[in-house]
Design a binder for this molecule. Sequence first.
Ligand SMILES: *Cc1c(COP(=O)(O)O)cnc(C)c1O
Length: 387
Amino acid sequence: MKDLQFDTKAIREGYRITQEQEHSEAIFMTSSFTFDSAEQAANRFSKEEPGNIYARFTNPTVDAFERKLAALEGADACVATSSGMAAIFATIMALLKSGDHIVASRNMFGTSIVLLNTIVSKFNIGVSYVDLSDLSQWQGAVKDNTKLFLLETPSNPLGEVVDIAALSKISQANNILLAVDNAILTPALQNPINLGADIVIHSATKYIDGQGRCLAGAVLGNEAIIEQVASFTRATGPSLSAFNAWIVLKGLDTLSLRMKAHCDNALKLAIWLQDQDRVEKVYYLGLESHPDHGLAKIQQSDFGGIVSFEVKGGREAAFKVINATEIISITANLGDTKSTITHPASTTHGRLTDDEKQQANITEGLIRISVGLEAVGDLINDINKGL
Ligand SMILES: *Cc1c(COP(=O)(O)O)cnc(C)c1O
């Protein structure tokens, strides 16, 4: 279905109807599959005949999610995983070996940094961190043994952006794989593969489910890359369950509509915040005041659902705003129909030293909102209570 538009693919791609002729996708809750004969079993195991064997390898509901997401990302292949972290770990373990080196953006998702520093480091894989937007730092960090560039764009919570196409020129010239975690924008708003990335990683837990119901992840790329990642997940077991695959599969149906609504609400909230006396600074890529607005406008089709702002009065004032909310949930999660509010300096970025926080602009007055799908007027009133 190559010529169809995104919204059509999101609804129609992926699922292969069974002989029961069901209209909505079935959930195949089965750990294993049977064979017509000993010969068929032998042929399946030797891969002479394609087909299901065991749910750690393949499952029809999981396959449907993989095919649909691959179509939306413009990737040849996809392997689904039990979570976003499983996707990142599988990518690294499948494609790198002891002695290799990764260059990663400093402001990635907190657990991604923990994974690199505490688990991946045990396998003698080194990591250098760079500022996301600064191409010269990426170039400067390349060593003879560098095999992977790993990043998220835009970053969370401040929305820094890197020029993916320009970075891919550096990675290609040095024979390095470029992997982009696309959880914050999703394929509805950004297609890293079309911009030159080799690998896209997802936490489908966020906007792809979009309703806070389950964990899921995925890795996408060409057939050769995904075969390596899939052989890692087949052998180590972080496969996506059929039930969770069905949830995120149905999430993709409405992804584009939901992302439009998240972006609309976020922009309206950001514009309102800009005019508030008690607000020192607003970080939203859709505002012209954001330093990366121009690049985001070219590279993304919209600006996403994360709005951050700094209140005057430091931690005390920020906590007051957070505690005064009655609708918005106090939680560090994001990408949900429900809006969430968090204080990065004491939660998601609490592990950073004071110096690191200052360098990264994670101030004590900073508040992050993952803007949900409630009426934006109600969200504004809720935030206004503590301002
Ligand atoms: C949440 C998140 C992850 C981790 O995903 P899980 O599904 O929670 O394991 C990775 N990257 C980004 C950008 C995230 O927001």
